[in-house]
Design a protein around this ligand. Sequence first.
Ligand SMILES: Cc1cc2nc3c(=O)[nH]c(=O)nc-3n(C[C@H](O)[C@H](O)[C@H](O)COP(=O)(O)OP(=O)(O)OC[C@H]3O[C@@H](n4cnc5c(N)ncnc54)[C@H](O)[C@@H]3O)c2cc1C
Length: 478
Amino acid sequence: MGRIVVIGAGLGAMAAAARLAVAGHAVTVYERTSTYGGAVGRFEREGFAFDTGPGLLHLPAVYRDLFVKTGKKPLEECVGLSQVDPAARHVFADGTRVDLPNASRAGTVAALDAALGAGAGERWGDFLVRAREAWDRTRRPLLEEPQPADPKALAREPYPALKAGLLRRPTRTLAQVGERELRDPRLVALLDSYAEAYGFPASAAPASAAVLPYMEQTFGSWYVAGGMRALADAVYERCRERRVEFVFGAAVADVLTEGGRAVGVRLESGEPVEADHVVAGAPVPALYREHVVAWERADEEWPRFQRHATGRLTVLLALRGAREKGAVHRTVVHGDGDRPTVTVLRPDDPALRPDAEHESVTVSARLDLVPEEDGAELADALVEAAAAAVPRLAERLLWREVRTPEDVRAATGSAEVPGPALADARGEWLPAPNLSPVPGLYFAGGWSHPGGGLAHAGMSGALVAGLIVEGAEFRGSQ
Ligand SMILES: Cc1cc2nc3c(=O)[nH]c(=O)nc-3n(C[C@H](O)[C@H](O)[C@H](O)COP(=O)(O)OP(=O)(O)OC[C@H]3O[C@@H](n4cnc5c(N)ncnc54)[C@H](O)[C@@H]3O)c2cc1C
């Protein structure tokens, strides 16, 4: 049995902690704030409650696996999981609207044909066939296995090249996928919005980001009753059942090494804590500047840290008046260059409102620029856009709370939110591997392989646990 120190109580780190405890290790989590969950936070006021981080779960299989492997009660007995149907309403810049059903290829094709004109659905369906090829090529190495020692093995564009006469034209960016294969600007906007949701600007994202709409439209979008914070509660509870210890208000200042190996951590209070293994679930660049710099210099050709992370602005809206009939859980209001694309979440969940005569709504957008001060001006733009998803929004508004990247930094340690790992020809979208360059130090959570997002961070926890329990030869368990 080894002593394991875990840095941070984010979802990726807790997923590792629970698995390591089941394997017989003595696990202690040091968390700098007063609570667990990191990005998966909750804001409450006057009977209204809001998720301040992710509002939906994709690939619930990752958490089902965690609960099966760490205890008797499956995930579904610990949280109320339901599929969100329609998965999303899209309101395009020209005013066209379409409701896309949850996890139904045929339904999506039919809805797009009806809303955008005959042939639009088929073009989207054909695109999904190619996206599936990219998914099949990358699912295991990118999501389910630790990053190979030589990540060049993953530096291949998995999205299939298109035939142009006798030649095959490689498709390198998501923008090229839209332009060459989807053509209709509304389908292009639809495609882009899946990348935007993870913080990737479509103009920069590699073609392999096509796996994001594939993943969502195939495995569905899921809501956790009471809000996503209930998932963090359940994972924390599972850790406690497995006797993982949590020390809150205990920031880790440094990783202690001896003879080049991690032997523990030093807390900000100055107290050293010995460990056989250290799992860093905190944002990697912030905490390991020293190691990161050394590492990057040694291997400049291969940027190992998730550089593709962006800020988020989230506006929490407390509304008077009941949620109208026909309201949908998620609406994506597409921007037009001047206006940002915003996601509006309206969960029909009594736990999030004081009574049936009120509603809590969350509006969020990816940010290229970190807003000045409180981001009030940008928040105005988001609320204005959200009016396309919430009838009579302005007159129903009781109050709003703006969550800026600084609030995200307070919750997680980083103002930016990292997205999932993606394959491309240069390996530029791969985050840090789980095995750090320092033996005994492992990286879990969104800043490490296989990247950010609830499901991906959960996988990172599984991979780190596998690497510690089975050793560096561990090749993934799912
Ligand atoms: C606003 C927002 C919106 C998001 N939307 C989505 C979405 O729609 N879909 C999706 O899948 N994902 C989304 N995410 C991302 C998702 O929430 C994360 O990828 C996921 O929760 C995994 O987080 P993590 O494991 O990396 O830990 P984090 O949540 O980053 O937590 C890190 C933890 O480490 C602690 N810590 C940091 N430094 C130290 C230190 N020195 N010592 C001790 N503890 C430390 C922090 O306090 C924090 O508790 C969103 C995130 C945010 C912030």
